[in-house]
Design a binder for this molecule. Structure first.
Ligand SMILES: Nc1ncnc2c1ncn2[C@@H]1O[C@H](COP(=O)(O)OP(=O)(O)OP(=O)(O)O)[C@@H](O)[C@H]1O
Ligand SMILES: [Mg+2]
Length: 274
């Protein structure tokens, strides 16, 4: 299956049956190569979480195929082992086990893998240090802030050094600073370790961390853009817009809701990309 880490073929997912059936995915073809950082965007109910669940073998398609790391998920015998080996999940509601400490939560996915008890504990502590929680190893989820819990969830997703991280609105329940920290963490992983990341988000700022934006609507992919430099891409659009033209032309009167400093600053930036 060539070099794709993820490949879906004519993926269809129908929930329920008869009159109440919902066609959540309606022919999705997506290929993601190793090392990509992909944001999946689209309106509520368009099938983003459904797609992620199928990619992570949390659910099965009604029709079509999902291939991950060269394996057809429909033919995998031990799905739990596949997930533990290949995929790290981060969800909006981080679903940590409330009765286990941060440390123990991160150890859970390593159980049944090759590491011994001592190595597991050491690795879990190391991962929690990596996400900035080295001093909260023994805290229960209830004793942590939302952002800290989400960081535990990221550490847990990294437990088995997965090739792929699937994140479903990982910043959705966080304040903007914690959200930025989580995204910075994912960006660093992608850049330093080449971890492939697929993140579902409604947040444009989150999507700017990604190098590729896949847009969905009504169970289908309706847009797929690779950005070499997302910010630059935005600036180009602004430069091409009427407001951009006014600023570039130095037309003081028509862009008068900007201060003169703002106008000058924007003019300099836009002149570079125009
Ligand atoms: N378990 C389920 N049973 C029945 N219908 C479902 C189920 N899960 C999702 N759906 C329906 O499938 C469609 C796609 O849902 P999905 O959760 O994938 O959307 P989404 O893009 O993740 O939306 P959001 O941005 O709100 O999270 C929706 O119409 C939803 O109501
Ligand atoms: Mg969703």
């Amino acid at each position: 299956m060539n070099k794709a880490l993820i490949r879906t073929i004519d993926l269809v997912k129908i929930y329920g049956a008869g009159e109440s059936a919902v066609r959540a995915l309606n022919g999705v073809n997506l290929a993601v190569t190793p090392g990509e950082f992909v944001a999946v965007m689209g309106p509520s109910g368009c099938g983003k979480s459904t797609l992620l669940n199928l990619l992570g073998a949390l659910d099965q398609p009604t029709e079509g195929e999902v291939w991950v790391a060269g394996e057809n998920l429909a033919h995998i015998k031990d799905v739990d082992a596949f997930r533990a080996r290949t995929v790290g999940f981060v969800f909006q509601l981080h679903n940590l086990i409330p009765t286990l400490t941060a440390w123990e939560n991160v150890e859970v996915p390593m159980e049944g893998q090759s590491l011994g008890k001592k190595e597991r504990r050491e690795r879990a502590a190391h991962l929690l240090e990596l996400v900035g929680l080295g001093d909260r190893l023994d805290a229960l989820p209830g004793q942590l802030s939302g952002g800290q819990r989400q960081r535990v969830a990221v550490a847990r997703a990294l437990a088995n050094d997965p090739a792929l991280i699937l994140a479903d609105e990982p910043t959705g329940s966080l304040d903007s600073q914690s959200g930025e920290e989580i995204m910075a963490l994912l960006t660093k992983l992608n850049r330093d370790q080449g971890t492939t990341i697929l993140v579902v988000t409604h947040d444009r700022r989150v999507a700017q961390s990604a190098r590729r934006i896949v847009r969905m609507k009504d169970g289908q992919i309706v847009g797929d853009h690779r950005l070499d430099n997302p910010l630059e891409e935005d600036l180009r659009m602004l430069a091409a817009s009427r407001l951009g033209q006014l600023i570039l032309d130095g037309d003081e009167n028509q862009a008068d809701y900007l201060s003169s400093e703002e106008r000058e600053c924007l003019r300099k930036i836009l002149a570079r990309v125009a």
